[in-house]
Ligand binder design. Structure first.
Ligand code: G1P
Ligand code: ZN
Length: 553
């Protein structure tokens, strides 16, 4: 362990801001802006100062710090370390080169009794000078900061007139060690080790290892983002997968020009390998900061909503969940596939607004064990974030236990529970004005739609989703327009809270077929009447000028 005594002056400065920033309202997960916006003088510092003034326990507390390695990561860590020291933080735990996945950060907060974390990531958005940057704040339970804390941080940014920072030498974080800035300790750890240890306590590694050694070739695509080092250690070093299993495994500042979003559009190379090729039995990818996952089998894509349902239905295969699940939760736009499993298991299923923060209270109070979102997010009570590699191991454990292919497992699942055909259509980078116009018009129409026919069915309910947290009774409204049909089908419209260019309209389509119905249709076909009807009712193509969505999942 190296030791670098405090050699600099560590003089504290108060930097005056000529104007405060008014555009630092955090979205679905943290403050996410273009890299260029973040490069404005004092921009990052303003948001960080507001965090340090707002997050409880900063003075004398322990803070976790790291990011997905995108352009700006290292520089931001340097600034944050110096500001943390100026605010009296007692210790910052960071990782070699500041590479830290979101779920690993969540784990560190919990295992090291930290007051929270600052995670530098714009998740699945592209990186580099022309890409995006982001700052996420997590609280002491390991999860994303609550709505009220993010609101407080935002109001602080709007009235800020100065921030505190220490002058210091460049702080080296390229190797494990302990350093000091003034009286603050900087502990640089191997970011992978603690996280792997956590997974070893959840899964039966021996069973997964024998699956991988038994003619079950897998491919994992880290998309040049944060999961590369974790996945190499896991799959290639510990679970016996062959070298080269992890593709694009070195975190790059611009993700190699790729878009680190594990879906059929942006992880096409991997999708083609599995859907068109014969070489692999299983494929998976994670996003920029490692909290999302995509699961593929040979010739088979697993819809994330189905993935959550399959994991819930097969919890007995995983040592950590073999005693049963406390309950499950899904975000509102996620399909109801997991609801059917929960009913069968006799456990509660909660429906929350979009965004992981809404699972926090349910997990903390022991009401749920598993939760997930349609946007390739799945997780459990082992941390307070969704966890990409955890989901991949969970799938491998189930497959090892059942000794079957992904495709067979899916067919068996639908034959038991029925199938929720599901798709999300994203219309990206539309003008904010047009998006708002479309949304408010549809919202005002909702009351008059109830009782009307829609795709040969009747609209039984239409509203703008509001959520009352069952733990603290807080109410979160305006969470998406829901059109519910009398056969259980649903169409939902939301405006994204994570985009950085114009507005993104998301249309979620879901139609249920019982186990006796046709389980083998293409989702876009099974949903075609819903797709046509919502286009007509919401005037999507007419108002956006877009004939087809930008991304179909
Ligand atoms: C998107 C997803 C949402 C997820 C969030 C952060 O948010 O839809 O489920 O929690 O990213 O990963 P949105 O852009 O829809 O607001
Ligand atoms: Zn992410």
């Amino acid at each position: 362990m190296s030791f670098q005594p405090n050699t600099s002056q560590n003089k504290e400065y108060k930097i005056r801001l000529e104007k405060s920033f008014t555009d630092q309202k955090p979205g679905t997960s943290g403050l996410r802006k273009s890299t260029r916006q973040f490069q404005q003088t004092h921009y990052l510092e303003s948001f960080i100062e507001s965090i340090f003034r707002t997050l409880p326990g900063v003075k004398g507390g322990i803070l976790v710090l790291g990011g997905d390695g995108r352009f700006g990561n290292r520089k931001a860590i340097d600034v944050i370390l110096r500001m943390a020291a100026a605010h009296g933080v007692s210790k910052v735990i960071t990782t070699v080169d500041g590479i830290l996945s979101t779920p690993a950060a969540s784990n560190l907060i919990r295992s090291r009794n930290a007051i929270g974390a600052i995670i530098l990531s714009a998740s699945h958005n592209s990186g580099g000078v022309n890409g995006d940057f982001g700052v996420k704040v997590n609280g002491p339970n390991g999860g994303p900061a609550s709505e009220s804390l993010t609101d407080e941080i935002y109001s602080c940014t709007k009235n800020l007139d100065e921030y505190k920072i220490l002058e210091s030498q460049n702080i080296r974080i390229d190797s494990i060690g302990k350093y000091f800035i003034s009286s603050m300790t900087v502990e640089v750890i191997d970011g992978v080790e603690d996280y792997i240890h956590l997974l070893q306590n959840i899964f039966d590694f021996d069973q997964i290892r024998s699956l991988l050694n038994n003619n079950f070739p897998i491919a994992f695509d880290a998309l040049n983002a944060v999961t590369g080092p974790y996945a190499k250690r896991l799959f290639e070093d510990l679970l016996g997968a062959s070298k080269g299993t992890v593709r694009n495994g070195k975190p790059l500042e611009d993700f190699g020009g790729c878009h680190p979003d594990p879906n059929l559009t942006y992880a096409k190379e991997l999708a083609d390998l599995l859907l068109l090729g014969e070489a692999y039995a299983f494929g998976a990818a994670c996003d920029g900061d490692g909290d999302r996952n995509m699961i593929l089998g040979k010739g088979c894509f697993v819809n994330p909503s189905d993935s959550l349902a399959v994991l819930a239905a097969n919890a007995e295969c995983v040592p950590a969940y073999s005693n049963g699940l406390l309950g499950v939760a899904r975000s509102m736009p996620t399909s109801s596939a997991v609801d059917v499993v929960a009913k069968d298991l006799g456990i509660n299923c909660y429906e929350t607004p979009t965004g992981w923060k809404f699972f926090g209270n349910l997990l903390d109070s022991g009401q749920i064990t598993l939760c997930g979102e349609e946007s390739f997010g799945t997780g459990s009570n082992h941390v307070r974030e969704k966890d990409g590699l955890w989901a991949v191991l969970y799938w491998l454990q189930v497959l090892a236990n059942k000794q079957c292919s992904v495709e067979k497992l899916m067919l068996a699942h639908w034959s038991k529970y029925g199938r929720h055909y599901y798709s999300r259509h994203d219309y990206e980078a539309i003008s904010i004005e047009k998006a708002n116009g479309l949304y408010t018009r549809l919202e005002s129409l909702l009351p008059s739609l109830v009782g009307e026919s829609f795709a040969g069915r009747l609209i039984s309910h239409a509203d703008n989703f509001a959520y009352t947290d069952p733990v603290d009774n807080s109410i979160t409204s305006n969470q998406g327009l829901r059109i519910l049909l009398n056969d259980g089908s649903r169409v939902i419209l939301r405006l994204s809270g994570t985009g950085t260019k114009g507005a993104t309209l998301r249309v979620y389509l879901e139609s249920y077929v019982s186990s006796k119905g046709n389980l083998n249709q293409h989702p876009q076909e099974a949903l075609s009447d819903l797709i046509d009807n919502i286009d007509y009712v919401a005037e999507i193509s007419k108002r956006t000028g877009m004939k087809v969505p930008t991304v179909i999942t």
